[in-house]
Design a protein around this ligand. Structure first.
Ligand code: FNR
Length: 190
């Protein structure tokens, strides 16, 4: 079987190191995972005024989450928290009230930063948000990655064997977690 993974890159930068990390993760991921990016850059700032009629970008986001077996967040840390563009996308997905797209979706969380905190504080904040949204989260392994440009090639291949092994392990555990949550969500389970 194959599993559809929708991934968010929490950066709008055209030279995002988190986009490099996303490519690297895809390059080492187990073959049963298929990846589609869920874009966030064209979303207006969410307002409840949109609930009566979601604009196409908001509708597309909710449809993309619904079409995904699992969600993966690859994001920078901004000011020790979640970048506004990513939080805005999550707010879009969570509404209109009663149609939270993240409920029961298996999620994974990873990010990289030039600093040695490696997005740990953003991830801690994200876990609170995902818990509130009733999204099951891969709890372990955690992955706080201090960015080393020499570890990655342009095409996303990983040049450093230690980094490759760590990212491969993360994706293997993520894939197993997605499959466990899907099994638990299947009709017949309580
Ligand atoms: C940052 N950066 C940053 N880094 C970090 O480790 N912790 C932080 O709290 C912040 N805060 C922060 C705020 C803002 C507004 C910016 C623009 C940057 C630095 C950040 O990690 C660095 O710019 C990364 O390159 C961002 O990831 P992308 O966009 O390259 O994927």
């Amino acid at each position: 079987a194959t599993y559809k993974i929708g991934y968010f890159v929490g950066s709008l930068s055209s030279h995002s190191i988190n986009r490099v990390l996303a490519k690297a993760l895809i390059s080492v991921a187990p073959e049963e995972l298929e990846f589609t990016e869920i874009p966030i850059k064209d979303l207006p700032l969410y307002s409840p005024e949109y609930d009566a009629e979601y604009p196409p970008a908001g509708r597309a986001l909710k449809d993309a989450i619904a079409a995904s077996d699992g969600i993966l967040f690859v994001s920078p840390e901004y000011n020790r928290s979640i970048p506004g563009a990513l939080k805005n996308a999550i707010d879009w997905g969570s509404r209109p009230w009663g149609t939270n797209s993240f409920a029961r979706k298996p999620t994974g969380l990873i990010g990289t930063s030039p600093g040695s905190i490696g997005t740990a504080v953003m991830q801690s904040n994200m876990r609170s948000v995902l818990s509130f949204l009733d999204a099951p989260q891969l709890n372990a392994p955690e992955a706080y990655i201090k960015y080393d440009a020499a570890a990655y090639a342009e095409d996303g291949s990983v040049l450093n064997e230690g980094t490759a092994a760590m990212l491969r392990h993360f994706m293997e555990e993520y894939s197993a977690f997605v499959q466990r949550v899907l099994a638990a969500n299947a009709p017949g389970h309580i």
